[in-house]
Design a binder for this molecule. Sequence first.
Ligand code: HSE
Length: 341
Amino acid sequence: MKHRVTLIGCGTVGQGLLELLRDGREDLATQHGAEFSLVGVSDLRMGSAEASTGLDVGAVLDAAKRGSFDGLPGSERKRDAIGMIQEVPADILAEATHTDLQTGDPGLTHIRSALTAGRSVVTTNKGPIVLALRELTELARTHGAHLRFEGTVMSGTPVLSVATRDLAGDRIQEIRGILNGTTNYILTRMEIGESYDDALADAQKKGYAEAKPDADVEGYDAQAKVVILAAALMGTELPLSKVPCEGITGITPDMIATARDAGQRYKLISSVRRGAGGVEASVRPMALDLDDPLAAIGGTMNAIDFRTSLLGPLTIVGPGAGRRETGFALLSDLLSVHRAR
Ligand code: HSE
């Protein structure tokens, strides 16, 4: 089956997806019967390009490396994102613009616009899902479209799809996770004596940290992911303001040494659980005993530990960031939409 795809936002994640589409073209066709034809791409900085018969993905990637889509087919039309979504016929929108947790925009407007036009959406953008999952799910349903957002939590590591599809019939009682790679990297480095500042600079150099590192170190990125887990897996919309959040800026080398002497290790733990008063969530640093499955997760790795009624414990460990890892989240969502269509 052929799917016409438009991509909005061609930064690290968008380019990661394009690389996988370029390199995986044959396998996608032979193993999955799926052809994803890139009919349009729009990026605030680089401009736009479009071709109803499909753009050459390799040429789009070369242009993205140069920083401009000028010279690609249809680039003279200079369509903005909304023009691209509304006017270029397509089946699926891949939305990979930056996250804004206050307004959700521009991604929220893009996703609303695509779903209203009956186009399915795959996205890694946390803002729109944090702020409007219920509304967007309803929009998708009304317009016969699909919405997928695996990459908003733990990048391409399958968490949301496993929980919604494979744990169907079970009931998730509690979720604890290490959902931010930057802070886990900093805590891991501090354990071997590196300073907080050096470890943060290193995480930024490796490309894990958010543009404003406050989002990582103050816990806001993890807080957003907790809200997504509560909404997607426990059916409870929690506003960010209802999730107490403490980052790692207060963790000192002394605290780490004291924890080590007591056979413990600090981790930034995100949790969501069903309590007597409903679903409760929080993000805070905790000293874990070393036999806790989350205590063993080092460096930029992420992990999530489910406690369910039937299966009991289930831990998933995997990358939570990165160009190909997050690009893969969009690819696996595209294939999920392929199966659903
Ligand atoms: N800055 C995030 C992290 C990236 O460090 O995990 C993905 O949200």
